[in-house]
Design a protein. Sequence first.
Length: 74
Amino acid sequence: MTQTALYTAPARTLGQFAAMPFLALWNGMIALAEAGPRMKQVERLNALSDEQLAALGKTREGEVRRIFGDRLYL
């Protein structure tokens, strides 16, 4: 004999329904930022150790400034 577990989602409040479009927009903005070329460069930078960066004559801080320099004041 098999057993099945029934799951019922909790009831949503009016506030949760009102927040849904904003959460969807926020999640979309996060996904867009994570898919961008800057994030790819940051992922490659994070994959390198400090010793590997030193062998290339670079610093982690300098690379972050190079990647985000035109967008942020660092």
